[in-house]
Design a protein. Structure first.
Length: 148
């Protein structure tokens, strides 16, 4: 099976920016997949990633791409200008480049459109989190089935 890591990124005290961390928590029961909460400093998970040596790393983060709140899209973090909303310290494009060079891993970003960075997570982004969880569970299941 292809080794896959999922890293939830975001700041739980900033409303919808918590989306990536919430996705990671909901996926923590996946077997054979490394699921990490990168929080607002995703660069801090490079050691566990190095030990696991994944072929693929999927970051999940709140990204303002101009969509409807809760909508999600998949991006190549190396080909994007970078999210317009970022509460973490190191840009994901830079971290992605590091992971590709150091680990030989391919990197994707699943971005969830935020509504607000204040208050609790919005209802729209809460639904978006559930859609991303379902999407990633299906993707992992399909990979496992294809590679048997």
């Amino acid at each position: 099976m292809v080794k896959l890591a999922i890293v939830g990124v975001g700041n739980e005290s900033k409303g919808d920016d918590a989306a990536g961390v919430l996705v990671a928590r909901r996926l923590s029961d996946l077997q054979g997949i490394l699921v990490l909460e990168g929080g607002s400093s995703p660069e801090n998970v490079t050691s566990p990633l190095r030990r696991f040596s994944p072929a693929w790393v999927i970051f999940v983060d709140s990204v303002d791409f101009g969509g409807k709140p809760g909508e999600f899209r998949v991006f190549d973090p190396l080909k994007t200008q970078g999210p317009r909303i970022s509460t973490h310290t190191l840009p994901l494009g830079l971290l992605s480049r590091y992971l590709e060079v150091e680990l030989g891993a391919r990197v994707l970003l699943v971005g969830i459109q935020p509504k607000s960075l204040e208050g609790p997570v919005s209802a729209e982004v809460g639904l978006g989190v559930e859609r991303v969880v379902a999407f990633l569970r299906r993707a992992v299941q399909m990979l496992a089935t294809e590679l048997r």
